[in-house]
Design a protein around this ligand. Structure first.
Ligand code: ASP
Length: 617
C-alpha cells in the first residue's frame, strides 16, 4: 500500500481534536480561556507585522490574531493563509482594546491570540469573493454563483434562508403531530397523476417500453390513505412538473401535503390557519391574525382581476358594462353584444398625465405586455372641471363619460382607465394593468416586514375550456368534487359548474390549493367522462382509485401548500432560487452538477432506449 504524499498526511492530522467553541460563541466572559476554533478564513488584514483574520463558520465570525510576540511559529504559518483556507487554531481569548471593539459582531468584544495553527485544507482563489461581511461581497452573476453553489451557500443570507426553511419544516412537523396527523411517505416512482403539467418519466429496465412517472403530487396516494383509514395524513414532499418554466417556478418543488377524512372546507381552513400561525410565529416571531378573510373566485376576478389577488392595496376594478349600455360607441357596443364586459380602474393622482405617457401606457403595457386590444381613458385634470376623454365627443357622448367618472368615484386629479373585451379575460387584463399601476404608484410593500394579507379564494369553476384540445379540462384536478347543488347540472352546463375547491393566497401569491374530493365511484366516473376520458382509459389510468372507491371510501378532502413560495415570502427573497439549496435555473438546469446530462450508451441499451438526434431548428 502506498502512503499518501507527506503534505496530505499532515493536512489530515488534526491534533487539536474537537473545537471548544463555534465562531459565533465567544464573549467577554471567555477572556483568559484557551479555546480551539475551526473554520474558514474570511478576511485578513496585516497591521505592523500582526495578522488579523476573521474566522468564519455558520455561527458567525471571530477575530483571530497572529503576532510574532505571541508565537513566532504560528505567525509564520499564519502568513501563508489566504481566503477560504480551512484551519484549526488553538489560542487564548483576549479582550479587544476600546477602539478596536466591533459592535456589529456578537463576538466583537474579544479576539483569540493564536499559538497553534493547523491548516486543514488550503483553497484556491475563489471565482467570486466570499465573505460574511456585507460590504466585502459583490454579488457575482447568478450563473456563476449557481455553478459554485457551495461557495454561494457560504453567504449568511443564503444560510439564514435555509435555516428559516429548517424552522418551517420543524414547525410544520410539530403542528401536525400535535393534531394527530400521520406522516406517510408515498412513492417517488409512481404512475402519472394529472395536475396539469407534463410528467417527468423514468424508464423501467425490467419492463421495456414502460415508464414510471415522478409525482406531480401524491394526490391519488393520499386519497387511498384515506380509504385505508389513516384519517389524517401529511407529508413534506417533493413534486415534479415538467412545465415551460416561468420566473417563479422550479421543475422540482416541495409541498406540505395534507388530507383529512370526513373533511369539510371549514375544517381545512381552520387547520391551515393554525399551521400558518405557528409557522409565522416560529420562523419569524410574528403573530398573524386568524381567521383569514374569504372571497369567492368570481368576486376575486371581478374586483381584482385575479384569482390570487394582492389585497394589500385597493385599486379595485369597476364593471361599467351597464353604464355604457347603448352608448353608440362601436367598440363598446360590439363587446356588449358579444356578452363581453367593459371594465374600469381609477388611478388616483394621474389625471395630469400627458399624451406621451398615455401613448406609452397604451402601446408598451396594454397592447404589448397585456395583449389587450387598446386603452380608453378619461383624464380629470387637477385644475378645472373638464374631463378629457381619449374618445372623441361625437363618438362617445360626454354624458356616458360623466356617468363612468361618477360610477368609479373619480375626482379632479384622477385618471380612469378602461378596457373592453371578453369575459372573464378582460378582468384578468385589467388585473395585470392594476398591478402595473400599483407598482408605479409604489403601493406594493417590498421586503418581508408585512403586512400579511392571507385570503381564502373559494368556489372555483370545476372546469376550464381548453381551446387547443377543444375539450374541458379540470381546473384543479379530476378528483375535485363539484358543489353538491351543481351535481345534476354538471353535464348541462359544465362551464358554469363550481367546485368545492379553494386556494390560499398571500400578498398576491397562491401559496396553497386543495379541495373536497369526489369519493363516490359513480361521480368520479362521470367526471372522467366529462373530461373526455373514456371508460377504458379511465380504467387503465385510474382503475386502482375507482376500485378503492368500491370498498368503503370515506368522504375526504385536503390541500397542498408550496414550501418554496412560503419560504420566499417569509425571507423577502426575490426568487425561489434563494430559498432552495440546489435550485435549477430558469431553463431547468443544475449548473453545479451539470444536469441534465447524457448517459452511458450501455445504460440506454439496458433501458431499451434509442435516442434520436434532436431535429435541426
Ligand atoms: N394535489 C394538489 C396539488 O398539488 C393539492 C390538493 O388538491 O390537495 O395542487
Amino acid at each position: 500500500m502506498s502512503l499518501p504524499p507527506r503534505s496530505l498526511a499532515t493536512a489530515a492530522l488534526d491534533t487539536h481534536g474537537r473545537r471548544t467553541h463555534t465562531c459565533g460563541a465567544l464573549r467577554r466572559e471567555h477572556v483568559g480561556r484557551e479555546v480551539v476554533l475551526k473554520g474558514w478564513v474570511d478576511t485578513r488584514r496585516d497591521l505592523g507585522g500582526v495578522i488579523f483574520i476573521d474566522l468564519r463558520d455558520r455561527y458567525g465570525l471571530t477575530q483571530i490574531v497572529f503576532s510574532p510576540q505571541d508565537d513566532p511559529e504560528a505567525h509564520e504559518l499564519g502568513n501563508t493563509l489566504r481566503n477560504e483556507f480551512v484551519v484549526s487554531v488553538r489560542g487564548i481569548v483576549a479582550p479587544r482594546s476600546e477602539e478596536t471593539v466591533n459592535p456589529k459582531l456578537p463576538t466583537g468584544e474579544v479576539e483569540v491570540r493564536v499559538h497553534e495553527l493547523i491548516i486543514l485544507n488550503p483553497a484556491e482563489p475563489t471565482p467570486f469573493p466570499v465573505s460574511a461581511h456585507e460590504e466585502k461581497r459583490r454579488l457575482a452573476n447568478e450563473d456563476l454563483r449557481l455553478r459554485y453553489r457551495y461557495l454561494d451557500l457560504r453567504r449568511p443570507d443564503l444560510q439564514n434562508n435555509l435555516m428559516l426553511r429548517h424552522r418551517l419544516y420543524q414547525a410544520t412537523r410539530r403542528f401536525f403531530d400535535r393534531h394527530d396527523f400521520v406522516e406517510v411517505e408515498t412513492p417517488v416512482l409512481m404512475k402519472s397523476t394529472p395536475e396539469g403539467a407534463r410528467d417527468y418519466l423514468v424508464p423501467s429496465r425490467l419492463y421495456p417500453g414502460k415508464f414510471y412517472a415522478l409525482p406531480q403530487s401524491p394526490q391519488t396516494y393520499k386519497q387511498i390513505l384515506m380509504v385505508a383509514g389513516f384519517d389524517r395524513y401529511f407529508q413534506i414532499v417533493k413534486c415534479f412538473r415538467d412545465e415551460d418554466l416561468r420566473a417563479d417556478r422550479q421543475p422540482e418543488f416541495t409541498q406540505i401535503d395534507v388530507e383529512i377524512t370526513f373533511a369539510t372546507e371549514e375544517m381545512v381552513f381552520e387547520l391551515i390557519e393554525g399551521l400558518m400561525k405557528d409557522v409565522w410565529k416560529l420562523t419569524r416571531g410574528i403573530d398573524i391574525e386568524t381567521p383569514f378573510p374569504r372571497m369567492t373566485y368570481d368576486e376575486a376576478v371581478r374586483t381584482y382581476g385575479s384569482d390570487k389577488p394582492d389585497t394589500r392595496f385597493g385599486l379595485k376594478l369597476h364593471d361599467l358594462s351597464a353604464v355604457f349600455e347603448g352608448s353608440g360607441f362601436r367598440v363598446f357596443d360590439d363587446v356588449l353584444a358579444r356578452e363581453g364586459r367593459i371594465v374600469a380602474l381609477r388611478v388616483p393622482g394621474y389625471g395630469d398625465k400627458g399624451r406621451g405617457y398615455m401613448d406609452r401606457l397604451d402601446k408598451d403595457i396594454v397592447r404589448k405586455r397585456i395583449g389587450a386590444g387598446g386603452l380608453i381613458y378619461f383624464r380629470l385634470p387637477s385644475e378645472g372641471s373638464q374631463t378629457l376623454s381619449s374618445v372623441k365627443e361625437h363618438v362617445l357622448p360626454p354624458a356616458y363619460v360623466d356617468a363612468a367618472v361618477e360610477a368609479v368615484g373619480a375626482r379632479p386629479g384622477d385618471l380612469v382607465l378602461v378596457l373592453a373585451g371578453a369575459d372573464p379575460k378582460v378582468f384578468e387584463q385589467m388585473g395585470t394593468l392594476r398591478l402595473h399601476m400599483a407598482r408605479e404608484l409604489d403601493l406594493i410593500p417590498e421586503g418581508n416586514d408585512g403586512p400579511w394579507h392571507f385570503l381564502w379564494v373559494t368556489d372555483f369553476p370545476l372546469l376550464e375550456w381548453d381551446e387547443d384540445e377543444r375539450r374541458y379540462v379540470a381546473r384543479h384536478h379530476p378528483f375535485t368534487s363539484p358543489r353538491s347543488e351543481d351535481l345534476d347540472a354538471m353535464f348541462d352546463d359544465p362551464g358554469a359548474t363550481k367546485a368545492r375547491a379553494y386556494d390560499l393566497v398571500l400578498n398576491g401569491f397562491e401559496i396553497g390549493g386543495g379541495s373536497i374530493r369526489i369519493h363516490n365511484r359513480e361521480v368520479q366516473s362521470q367526471m372522467f367522462r366529462l373530461l373526455g376520458i373514456d371508460e377504458e382509459e379511465a380504467e387503465h389510468r385510474f382503475g386502482f382509485l375507482l376500485d378503492a372507491f368500491r370498498y368503503g371510501a370515506p368522504p375526504h378532502g385536503g390541500i397542498a401548500l408550496g414550501v418554496d413560495r412560503i419560504a420566499m415570502i417569509l425571507t423577502g427573497g426575490a426568487s425561489l432560487r434563494e430559498v432552495i439549496a440546489f435550485p435549477k435555473t430558469q431553463s431547468a438546469q443544475d449548473l453545479m452538477v451539470q444536469s441534465p446530462d447524457t448517459v452511458d450508451p450501455h445504460q440506454l441499451e439496458e433501458l431499451h432506449i434509442r435516442v434520436t438526434p434532436p431535429e435541426e431548428e
